[in-house]
Design a protein around this ligand. Sequence first.
Ligand code: ZN
Length: 342
Amino acid sequence: MKFNFSQKQTSRREILRGSATLAGSAFLAQLFPATLLRASAAGYAQQGPSPAELLADMRAKFNAVPMETQKLADNVTMFDGPGGAVTVLNGPDGKFVVDSFVAPAWPRLKAALDGLGNAPLKYVINTHWHFDHTDNNAHLHATGATVLAHENTTKRMSEPHDLPVLYRGPDGALASLHFDPSPVEALPQQTFAASYQLQANGETLSLQHVPPAHTDSDIYVHFQEANVISLGDLFFNGMYPYIDPGTGGTIAGMIAVADKILSLADNDTKIVAGHGPLGTKADLTKSRDMLVTSRDRVQKLKSAGKSALDAVAEKPLADLDPVWGNGIINSEQWVQIVYLTV
Ligand SMILES: [Zn+2]
């Protein structure tokens, strides 16, 4: 995916550029003070696109990505595109689906699932609470599936949240994207605390919660017979990842998960990334090394007393940017995310 959410998108926003909001100064303060976030939200109501418009814009961007189908094993298929990757175990015992794309992609997801055959939809597993992984929960539940996730996915979906640096505000600074609580019908019907196992279609699905990494609700799903691991947003393949500091995300956690999965995988393991193409152990190793370098360099600047924007200005990852900075998160966003989560 070669698009970036922080790019300016509309002439309306261009016109609004320069109008003062507090989002940028909230970031300068390296804090998420509730008062400033509320003030900035109020400001947008008058001066810029509403949170709902921004979110619709983001969903539309994800939905513009074409969907590709890739068979990972006899009974495991990956659909990749409109909001990440969906992995499906299919067979006589039914369909078991990991993640769900963004809401506008529902007709395409339904057609893709129907195209696998007539087996009933049994389970939908959310790898974490973010909208691009849970957006079609209600549709899938209405089609007969039980939505299964870590207990923090329910908790986080039930609360309002602001995810920092996801778009460029009217003042030119990176700003937070606001999420209202999800409707009850979108919440998981079944949750677990540490791990969970499902057996079906000759396959064992091992679901494992990990310490806070991308969020505090992350799980990975290991298809043990097929040697496939769905990592959700614990892995962005070939691009800088997003880390959500407001719901527990830390770069140390992302590195720890990469190390754990590398110890679990072999050279034939197919690793499904939350965003980016299907990965291998070698791809995850490269991503892990990039995370370590990013953490070390940004930590050094933060420890020296630099602000987040000063750290960005120093271009500490200039050598990594051509390889990693062309995906969903660009270098400017990534340095700020690392700064917030070291
Ligand atoms: Zn995510």
